[in-house]
Design a protein. Structure first.
Length: 125
């Protein structure tokens, strides 16, 4: 499990005075980017050969609110869904309580926009 910690910023708060859904997606994305960077890759070069990650599905289930100044922890697990798809599973917590659970299904394309097999180098956690 890969994990990153963030402090909720004022720009992340919506008119309901809690964490905006787009800001939460930003934290999911940032965690995924940091994981790829940890491996020495980027979303536009996930295998060292220029293949790109593309999101095909997103599901998010909210359990609690988050507010300005809260410290949240985003845990990321990666699972092979099929030879051509990978599932990123996220658990977002605040003070050890689940705030949200999210899943992102992604695929990979080469520089010619052709769908390719999921790079095996992603599965080290």
């Amino acid at each position: 499990m890969f994990s990153e910690q963030f402090t909720v910023l004022i720009r992340d708060i919506n008119y309901g005075h809690h964490l905006d859904h787009l800001a939460l997606l930003g934290y999911l994305h940032e965690t995924r980017v940091r994981y790829l960077r940890y491996l020495g890759y980027a979303e536009n070069n996930v295998d060292g050969h220029g293949s790109t990650l593309i999101v095909s599905n997103l599901v998010c289930n909210y359990k609690q609110e988050c507010f300005y100044g809260d410290v949240i922890n985003v845990e990321l697990g990666i699972y092979k869904e099929s030879p051509l798809r990978v599932l990123f599973k996220y658990k977002i917590t605040r003070e050890n309580k689940i705030v949200a659970i999210a899943e992102i299904t992604a695929a990979f394309i080469d520089s010619n926009k052709k769908l390719i097999k999921t790079p095996e180098n992603l599965f080290v956690i």
